[in-house]
Design a protein around this ligand. Structure first.
Ligand SMILES: [Ca+2]
Ligand SMILES: [Ca+2]
Ligand SMILES: [Ca+2]
Length: 533
């Protein structure tokens, strides 16, 4: 058993990719470069946008879920660009608007009440809200969990629903009633299946494929902006989920499945990396950390099977890292990404050597992209789903354990910039925790500070941008109660030339170079914004 220590390395975003383009951050040896990752995402987004149906949906079945994953991708891409997904300047804003419109048109109210003595109706209006394809309710839990992600990641809690059964309500109100529905739909009977979810509400045989998507929806919903609306999940949902986690995890008794996730607790083992990724994010949601024993057991499973050359239980399906035919299992990449991201894990240990999981996955994803921008059909999904899973993995689009805001901001050189870190465990703010902040790259690299979280779990860091123009990359770290290190996603701060500043005559040469570099950055940014229009 070993401790995994997260390190402040290589949390690429599109913004960081742009920095890579202008040469301000070092590229990574033997992995997909930031340029390659950015180009892959741009081509993938263009392909995905071109496959949206006229009614705003994607696909021909399970359309609420398919549309939710596509919308989530377009939303998180806007987030990483520092924009609202509804900003008319965002080239995919109309795709987001039409997609969310379709999703909300397919939301349905459900009367809910106490289950096994627990009240799921947090806002006391007697209803929950679910979403599913108009032609089928068969996959309603899977669809509803994904739809909750898409609404939560819209950055728009106060946007008003324009059509359908939820007309006139705020997004945050609809999202809270989706949380209420999920709480109601959790399986309650005190047996092996307690605390999980199946294809339909309150159905026995809870499984850890469906439960993985449902809990990821909850994870987005309880997160602060830009990932979610900071909504409330009843504490007893976590208590029951905790029981499910214990029942679905393979017991450690000296064999290959130890610590991994079964499909259905007690009755259907089928342990693999895909479901163990789900298990890790469920553990994070209920408040486990890297140091928790069962998290270590699950990580041991991931490390033991990391290099398996198959799609089940592994993720290196038809793996050929040296050539173009290598194809990873995209959904397994996605579930692994969200589990590691939720626990703040950058590095694992495989065969005694450190492995940067993101570098390996990003490299395989970029190399296996189709020429038209899509990704090949996955082990459990067609090309459209693969394209969503691949791009969500490439941008690490899942709520981190330690949130850092604003994700992106711009200010003139010489002014102050403040970032805010929020630390919550199972949705509860953690006070009295020291958070360390550092500018890791950019003109102000080396600036650092620390703060103690307040009653809201919030710590802040302010510094003055005296290092000239360019873009800083900022990261926050903290040590949790169990001694494990948490790391935030990176935030970017762009420093621009003050409009009133007149450079001294002796610095004209430097100023000209700075202006040229700024113009290049702007040009690249515009090219980035328009090349897929
Ligand atoms: Ca309600
Ligand atoms: Ca229930
Ligand atoms: Ca075992």
């Amino acid at each position: 058993m070993k401790m995994m220590v997260a390190r402040a390395v290589l949390a690429f975003t599109v913004i960081a990719s742009l920095l890579g383009v202008v040469g301000l951050t070092p590229s990574v040896a033997q992995a997909a470069t930031p340029d390659e990752i950015e180009a892959a995402i741009d081509a993938g987004l263009e392909w995905l946008a071109s496959h949206q149906n006229a009614d705003g949906s994607w696909g021909a079945s399970d359309r609420a879920a398919r549309t939710g994953l596509a919308v989530l991708k377009f939303e998180t891409h806007a987030t990483f660009m520092g924009m609202s997904p509804f900003d008319p300047a965002y080239i995919y804003s109309s795709n987001v608007e039409a997609g969310l419109g379709y999703i909300l048109d397919n939301c349905h109210e459900v009367a809910i009440g106490p289950q096994d003595g627990n009240d799921p109706d947090t806002n006391g209006n007697g209803i929950g809200v679910k979403a599913h394809d108009p032609s089928s309710v068969h996959h309603e839990m899977y669809e509803t969990g994904i739809v909750l992600m898409a609404i939560s990641a819209s950055q728009s809690p106060d946007r008003v629903v324009a059509s359908g059964s939820q007309t006139g309500r705020f997004y945050r109100e609809v999202a809270q009633d989706i949380v209420d529905f999920i709480a109601w739909a959790q399986y309650d009977a005190p047996n092996c299946y307690e605390g999980g979810w199946r294809y339909q509400a309150n159905y026995h045989d809870s499984d850890n494929s469906i439960s993985g998507y449902v809990t990821l929806g909850l994870h987005y919903a309880v997160s602060g902006p830009p990932w979610g609306f900071g909504l409330t999940v009843p504490a007893w949902v976590y208590t029951q989920l905790n029981t499910f986690i214990d029942n679905v995890q393979d017991s450690v008794d000296g064999e290959q499945s130890d610590g991994g996730s079964w499909y259905v607790p007690c009755s259907w083992a089928w342990v693999n990396i895909l479901k163990t990724g789900n298990l890790l994010s469920e553990m994070a949601l209920v408040g486990d950390t890297q140091a928790t024993g069962r998290v270590q057991d699950a990580l041991d499973y991931m490390e033991r099977h990391w290099n398996d050359g198959n799609a089940d239980p592994g993720w290196k399906w038809s793996w050929n890292p040296g050539g173009p035919s290598g194809q990873p299992h995209y959904q397994a990449c996605f579930t692994t990404m969200k589990g590691f991201q939720a626990l703040g894990i950058d590095e694992i240990e495989v065969g005694g050597s450190p492995v940067n999981w993101y570098d390996e996955m990003a490299d395989a994803i970029v190399k296996s992209q189709n020429a038209d921008g899509s990704w090949p059909a996955d082990y459990w999904g067609d090309s459209q789903l693969s394209t969503c899973w691949a791009m969500l993995t490439l941008q690490k689009a899942a709520p981190p354990a330690l949130e850092l805001e604003p994700t992106f901001d711009t200010n003139p050189v010489g002014t102050n910039h403040t970032v805010t870190a929020t630390y919550k465990v199972a949705g509860q703010p953690q006070s009295g925790v020291q958070v360390n902040f550092e500018v890791v790259t950019g003109p102000n690299a080396g600036e650092s500070g620390s703060d103690i979280t307040d009653a809201n779990g919030v710590a802040t860091f302010t510094y003055t941008g005296n290092g000239g123009t360019g873009t800083d990359s900022i990261v926050a770290t903290a040590v949790d109660a169990s001694g494990a290190e948490l790391i935030s996603a990176r935030a970017s701060k762009e420093w621009t030339q003050p409009s009133t500043a007149i450079p001294a005559i002796t610095t004209w040469g430097i100023a000209a170079a700075i202006v040229a570099l700024g113009a290049l950055a702007i040009m690249l940014r515009r090219r980035h914004a328009h090349q897929t229009a």
